[in-house]
Design a protein around this ligand. Structure first.
Ligand code: NOJ
Length: 465
């Protein structure tokens, strides 16, 4: 079957939302401007060997100074919402010390939010997108439950009270699995802690509690007056059996999904606790290793009640898929972050949405990222156009044919920007940025106009419509 045969000409439901995303550390720059404190990524970049091209994000696409240009681009793109993250250290530069709120930081986000509302675009704010204030890390970061939970609540409280009159969509944490596995497991992302398994599970455990605390804070103190939604944004590959007729491969696929999605989604969307298959597997391995207790920490009954039901949507970032087979992989956690492994598998977006629907009782899914990188950043980007076309079409099939409950789609990312350990060697933007000029000139790519048309058409209407 060729692509045209299987292509679905149809439109999304009328209330479907379209967006584009960025994150503070990746695009703001201005790391020393306006009283901003230091984040773990500033520190991580000080060692050039941590970043492929030995770069840093001190300036990057300079959205701290150029946000008005970004707003013009966002308007031209025609999205319903703009997903950006707040730099925690810009709002509270020293959370474990003075804890003072930085008014210049608040002003920056007020300007951005007001600018978006003036063009009719809703702000969707991520509270945490990988950039922990350094002073929290100095006290153990995600491994220190009381400091993390306490500081995250205080920071969220400031954001809700300063911005919540205008912000109606909040994300607590972006990609908790990556925060735990890459930040505290193999150490390939900031803060670069290498504590495979013990650190990983503890960081994730504390993160889930911090998430639930902030959801309850919003639910209890702000929801009535501000009337918004608050959720967490997960990510995982979609896994498929290498041999669909091999029961072991099929079983391994389930294990992989539970270890990478269920780890967070099962406690939050099902019963406040980790997936049974995950608990059993880790307990089994811990025993073989001669440990008295499982490496996976336990929630108390009270904590389970507190965690269950704490997300208004299931936020999801989809990039790629994997074939799983037992002899190839008896290690189901997915802690590899090379972009060279971002195979383009559009069917995976449909596959994962169906898995989420079946596993979590038709939960409403908010797609918070999906995008394509190249190394050139050229304005003529047919591969990215093809990526968006095929993925959005598979998403349409998930919604229209399979009945998946998807409320929104978000393209990653508005601008070429700092791609973490890959620096500027990977470009995901719909808009190219000339990093060699002081102006950081922005030029929309062909994919920008393609996505804009999809939004305008609300999908791919049949020619006769
Ligand atoms: C997901 C992360 O949220 C984002 O920061 C990153 O740039 C993209 N993946 C692409 O790697």
């Amino acid at each position: 079957m060729n692509e045209e045969d299987s292509f679905l000409y149809d439109t999304f439901p009328q209330e479907f939302l379209w967006g584009v995303a960025t994150s503070a550390f990746q695009c703001e720059g201005g790391t020393k401007a306006g009283g901003r404190g230091v984040s773990i990524w500033d520190t991580f970049c000080l060692d050039p060997s941590n970043i492929l091209d030995k770069s840093n994000a001190d300036v990057t696409s300079d959205s701290y100074h150029k946000y008005q240009e970004d707003i013009k681009l966002i308007k031209e793109l025609g999205v319903n919402f703009y997903r950006f993250s707040i730099s925690w250290a810009r709002i509270i530069p020293d959370p474990t010390g003075s804890g003072e709120v930085n008014s210049a930081g608040v002003q920056y986000y007020n300007n951005l939010i007001d600018g978006l509302l003036a063009i009719g675009v809703m702000p969707l704010v991520t509270l945490y997108h990988f950039d922990l204030p350094q002073t929290i890390e100095d006290k153990g970061g995600f491994l220190n439950e009381s400091v993390l939970v306490d500081c995250f609540k205080k920071y969220a409280d400031v954001c809700f009270s300063e911005f919540g009159d205008r912000v109606k969509y909040w994300i607590t944490f972006n990609e908790p699995k990556e925060i735990a596995t890459l930040g505290y497991g193999n150490g390939c992302l900031a803060p670069g802690i290498k504590s495979p398994f013990d650190g990983v599970y503890q960081a994730a455990h504390n993160l889930i509690k911090a998430h639930a605390s902030v959801w309850h804070l919003y639910d209890h103190s702000y929801r009535n007056s501000q009337n918004g939604k608050i959720f967490i944004s997960l990510s995982s590959n979609f896994f498929m059996p290498k041999d669909a007729n091999c029961p072991e491969d099929v079983e391994a696929v389930e294990l992989a999904h539970q270890f990478s999605i269920g780890w967070f989604a099962h406690p939050i969307f099902i019963d406040g606790d980790y997936p049974p298959i995950m608990k059993n597997k880790i307990a089994e391995i811990s025993k073989i290793e001669g440990r008295e207790k499982s490496r996976l920490p336990e929630f108390t009954e009270e904590e389970k009640k507190f965690i269950k039901g704490t997300s208004d949507f299931l936020g999801y970032n989809y990039y790629t898929s994997r074939l799983v087979s037992v002899p190839d992989s008896d290690m189901p956690t997915d802690i590899d972050m090379s972009l060279f492994f971002l195979y383009v598998v559009p069917q995976g977006i449909r596959g994962i949405l169906n898995w989420l629907k079946n596993e979590y009782n038709s939960v409403a899914v908010f797609m918070t990222e999906n995008g394509f990188s190249d190394s050139s950043g050229t304005v003529d980007d047919p591969e990215r156009v093809q990526f968006f076309k095929s993925h959005i079409n598979e998403l349409l099939k998930a919604v229209k044919i399979d009945g998946c409950n998807v409320v929104a789609y978000t393209a990653w990312t508005l601008l070429d920007n700092f791609e973490w350990i890959f620096g500027y060697t990977c470009r995901f933007g719909l808009v190219s940025v000339d990093f060699d000029t002081e102006e950081k000139c922005r030029t929309p790519k062909k994919s920008f106009y393609f996505y804009s048309k999809v939004i305008k058409d609300n999908g791919f209407p049949a020619i006769s419509e």
